[in-house]
Design a protein around this ligand. Structure first.
Ligand code: FE2
Length: 235
């Protein structure tokens, strides 16, 4: 099982505030059946430049790997990425590729709520022109703002991916929206979006159960196949 969106690197964003907490989240993910997790700390270009972020992320990752080695505990493999707050200036930044996931050219992007539709098409086109594939984080949050999804039609036609949060499958309101999105073939990836071990803990196992029950095992398999394809991982 691949978790495509999680805050597991310590002391870098609003995710785990210590190495110990990061280890606990990783242990929870492993127990839930996750064998690969994409670590996606928040990046906002208004707060720091890309080089500073990369430096901090590397430090956080190295400290976590050291702790994993010392404690010798089974945890999922960590693939480093970022959850990038979408801003127009950022698209023009030469260093944007450094924020892509692992060795891929996929970029997990977070859209500022409320500003969604008017410029998203234009921005995603600019990314695609740079040969960067956008993955929109927790797409159900934006879709929830609209009664019907007609206005998203142009977006659905683009070669981009939509990630849904695991715990949204466990919420009746979001589940209704996810079903609508599914009818448009607009859910491609699942992520825990875990931040801690308490109110924003990973719920990949419960989500898996729900997805299999409501959408069938093929849908669950599809999320994992899509993740493997994007991460360029064979079977
Ligand atoms: Fe997130």
């Amino acid at each position: 099982m691949i978790d495509f969106h999680a805050h597991v690197l310590p002391c870098i964003d609003d995710g785990p505030s210590s190495i110990e907490e990061a280890l606990e989240i990783l242990k929870m993910l492993k127990k839930q059946g996750v064998d690969k997790v994409v670590a996606t700390p928040h990046y906002n270009d208004r707060i720091m430049d890309i080089e500073e972020f990369i430096f901090k992320r590397r430090k956080s990752y190295n400290e976590l790997i050291e702790a994993i080695d010392i404690h010798n505990i089974p945890v999922p493999e960590i693939i480093v990425g970022a959850e990038v707050f979408f801003a127009y200036e950022l698209i023009l930044n030469d260093g944007l590729e450094k924020l892509c996931i692992g060795k891929t050219r996929c970029l997990l992007i977070e859209i500022p709520e409320g500003l969604w539709f008017d410029w998203i098409c234009d921005l995603t086109d600019k990314l695609l022109d740079r040969n960067i594939t956008p993955v929109i984080a927790h797409f159900e949050r934006y879709a929830a703002a609209y009664k019907n999804l007609d206005r998203f039609e142009k977006i659905f036609e683009k070669n981009i991916y939509f990630q849904v949060n695991a715990d949204s499958f466990l919420n009746k309101g979001f589940l209704r929206i996810i079903k609508k999105l599914d009818r448009q073939n607009a859910i491609h990836l699942i992520g825990s979006d875990a931040h801690n071990t308490k109110e924003r803990s990973p719920k990949m196992d419960d989500a898996r159960e729900k997805i299999i029950k409501k959408f069938g095992p093929d849908k669950w398999e599809y999320f994992n196949i899509t993740a493997k394809k994007l991460l360029d991982i064979g079977d």
